[in-house]
Write a protein that binds this ligand. Structure first.
Ligand code: FMN
Length: 225
């Protein structure tokens, strides 16, 4: 593998033309159940490397990753996050039984997953502004950039024949996640990806119609004052 992204690995999802690429994009699914088979380190590195080719604002590459494959670490993270999750669910007024079910499911999903990758954003190399409008925009731009890497990571996993799902729970327990994983406070948790060889082939989820979500401007219809 070189710094330009060229790779000698054979592609698990051979793409030879545009139709293949579009099919590839449309066939990615969120996969939440995995075989227990471990994922080779070389494959994990390959998908992380692909993720780093995502576009980023000013090419600052503010994404950071933490890879967990050790069962005890995954359990520690799940346990630490669930205490905070339970407190939030209590505030929502849910019953003890419902809270326990939700927490057990969340812990089982994390501990039954061969690879957990935490995605963080690091603002230290982003631009610094004196005013709150531009500070806020720069922060959003950085998180958008790190999300691009997250999406690219999921697509690279798909190309490798892995399944995966984006999980947002670290956003609700950022400090807890930093403490339990002993990572720099500059690495702000944004999401985690559960990855492994798929044990399910989920059907495509509904998509909104293009015309519902798109405005095509085909002529000068906007009033220019
Ligand atoms: C920002 C973001 C947060 C998500 N959070 C979760 C989550 O916490 N738990 C989960 O099971 N799926 C989560 N998902 C996956 C979505 O539910 C899934 O992408 C959506 O239902 C469409 O299904 P598909 O990915 O199979 O096309 C998340 C996806 C995104 C992009």
């Amino acid at each position: 593998m070189d710094r330009s992204g060229s790779s000698s690995r054979s592609n698990r999802f051979p793409l030879t033309n545009t139709i293949d690429l579009l099919t590839f994009l449309r066939t990615r699914r969120s996969v939440r159940r995995f075989k227990p088979d471990p994922v080779p380190d070389s494959v994990i590195r390959e998908i992380l490397h692909a993720a780093t080719f995502a576009p980023s604002a000013h090419n600052r590459q503010p994404w950071r990753f933490v890879v967990l494959t050790d069962q005890r670490m995954k359990t520690s993270l799940a346990r630490a996050m669930e205490a905070e999750f339970a407190r939030d669910l209590e505030k929502d007024g849910l019953s003890g039984e419902t809270i326990k079910k939700r927490i057990d499911r969340s812990r089982e999903r994390m501990t039954n997953t061969p690879v957990v990758i935490l995605l963080c954003v690091d603002m230290t190399e982003m631009d610094v502004y004196p005013d709150s409008k531009r500070r806020k925009a720069e922060y959003i731009i950085a998180t958008q950039s790190s999300a691009n890497a997250g999406m690219q990571l999921l697509l690279a996993a798909h190309a490798e024949g892995l399944g995966g799902v984006w999980v947002c729970s670290p956003m609700f327990a950022q400090k807890t996640v930093q403490e339990v994983l002993n990572i720099s406070m500059a690495w702000e948790p944004q999401a985690m990806f559960l990855l492994g060889y798929p044990l399910e082939a989920p059907a495509a989820r509904d998509r909104k119609q293009l015309d519902e979500i798109t405005k095509f401007i085909t002529d000068i219809e906007a009033k220019i004052s």
